[in-house]
Design a protein around this ligand. Structure first.
Ligand code: ATP
Ligand code: MG
Length: 445
């Protein structure tokens, strides 16, 4: 993309309504525009990152054997009357009525709808296990929407639902989700710690939240510092193996890590003092096992091997896709702007032309642009007639992890400059070598 043809409405001033850095930077970098409290338009740059994050979520769900689909945002109230949650959900649910006077709602989550789909189409244990998921907009009429996309009213969420014959199978689904979530967040450059949590309105007995540590997080968290040394990395996990998934769950949940809702002072104090941490965290996902709560209420039964009709065991699993943009920025920025991890960056690198209109410089930039594009990468080429300082400031603000700077002086010596956004370190090399380096960096991502 050429910046001169793009739509990147960066702001010079720091917006006063934004209280936390990710919100400020998303507004300044022209990623979002608020349309009403907690409701945003996703401008091109923000939309690009949203889609990258969604893509990682899909890839890791599919890798774990889960099946993508799409349910609507609007739901009939009757489904929620069956589960009893129509009344329980309270004012967070946006309720509306259509022209035929039917009660509808904008879905805050989809347990009821997926259970309805299941009961309509599945009747035998032979069709199990089954895990379906979608990534769809949700609406929760939060009392205090704030912090930009972190606590919106309309937000984008991946929610998945497993259906299993036995509790043991459903716990395997739970473990499998835990593993796939760890991998999902790591690919986004995040460390998200699974913490024992409270089940809230979803209900159920087993649940973990995934929290990204950040001073601006809304949850207070208590943990054993050893847990921050854990990394899933690129180990191969067989998602069909109960033992392998269970082993990862044990590894990542055996140390103390809880949110304030489930915090146990005595258990916390049993950790050696030097390892006790009290901090704040951003909830970026949650997994639940809730047994037969919805299947019994809504009649989602299957025939088992003996011909008996039994309610299926279920769980649900959510990732805050739109909130993750805020979480990534909270975890990765400096005073000049965002620093995107390679896994989610909107463009793979920036190209800065220091002398727009100079024939050799323009040609070298074009060559870099074409070579990177031919390798399947997306550069953002700042081809505007701006001062170098303004171009650098824009690149720093929008946070592309790599920048190639091209100017007449370097070209005289046959070199361009490659700069890391994270470290600020620059290196001179030929344009061909710069392309090879960028290609190599993204080959492993
Ligand atoms: P919270 O405690 O933050 O209100 P929740 O526990 O009610 O969230 P879940 O039902 O677990 O949310 O939804 C799954 C994920 O969706 C959450 O882990 C979070 O990342 C995201 N999410 C929930 N509410 C919002 C919101 N208002 N804005 C943006 N993302 C949200
Ligand atoms: Mg939650």
């Amino acid at each position: 993309m050429r910046l001169s043809r793009y739509f990147l409405p960066v702001l010079k001033e720091t917006p006063s309504e934004a209280q936390i850095v990710s919100h400020r930077l998303m507004l300044r970098a022209g990623m979002i525009r608020q349309q009403a409290a907690g409701i945003y338009s996703w401008l091109p740059l923000g939309f690009k990152v949203l889609k990258r994050i969604e893509q990682i979520v899909h890839e890791e769900q599919i890798r774990a054997g889960h099946i993508p689909m799409l349910m609507p945002t609007l739901q009939p109230a009757d489904l929620w009357r069956e589960s009893g949650r129509y009344d329980d959900y309270g004012q967070e649910m946006l309720r509306l009525r259509d022209r035929h006077d039917r009660d509808m709602l904008y879905g805050p989550t989809n347990e009821e709808m997926i259970t309805d789909i299941f009961r309509t189409h599945v009747s035998s244990y032979k069709d199990l296990p089954l895990t379906l998921y979608h990534v769809q907009w949700k609406f929760r009429d939060e009392i205090r929407p704030r912090f930009g996309v972190m606590r919106g009213r309309e937000f984008y969420m991946k929610d998945g639902y497993n259906f299993d014959l036995t509790k043991e199978d459903a716990l395997h689904a739970y473990n499998r989700h835990l593993v796939s979530y760890l991998r999902t967040y790591e690919r986004m450059g995040l460390q998200a710690i699974p913490m024992r949590a409270d089940s809230g309105p979803i209900g159920g007995d087993d649940t973990h939240e995934f929290l990204v540590l950040a001073d601006t997080g809304e949850s207070e968290v208590f943990y054993d510092s050893e847990i921050t040394d854990l990394k899933l990395g690129d180990r191969e996990i067989d998602y069909d193996s109960f033992e392998q998934c269970q082993a990862v769950l044990e590894e990542f949940t055996s140390r103390y890590a809880r949110t304030d809702e489930t915090h146990d002072e005595a258990a916390f104090n049993a950790i050696p003092e030097a390892r006790r941490r009290v901090a704040r965290g951003i909830e970026v996902g949650q997994i639940f096992y809730f047994g037969t709560k919805y299947s019994e209420a809504m009649g989602a039964m299957v025939q088992d091997a003996d011909g008996h009709k039994v309610p299926v065991h279920m769980g649900s699993h959510g990732i805050g896709v739109s909130r993750l943009l805020g979480a990534v920025i909270e975890a990765s920025h400096d005073e000049n702007g965002i620093i995107w991890p390679e896994g989610v960056t909107p463009f793979h690198c920036g190209i800065v032309n220091l002398r727009q209109g100079d024939e050799a410089t323009d040609a070298a930039c074009q060559m870099l642009y074409d070579a990177l594009t031919a390798k399947g990468l997306e550069p953002l080429y700042d081809d505007r007639s701006e001062r170098a300082g303004a171009k650098f400031a824009t690149m720093d603000l929008i946070g592309l992890p790599w920048r190639i700077t091209v100017g007449p002086r370097g070209l005289k010596n046959g070199v361009v400059e490659l700069t890391s956004r994270r470290t600020g370190e620059s290196e001179e090399l030929t344009a061909e070598d710069a392309v090879d380096r960028i290609v190599a960096i993204y080959a492993d991502i």
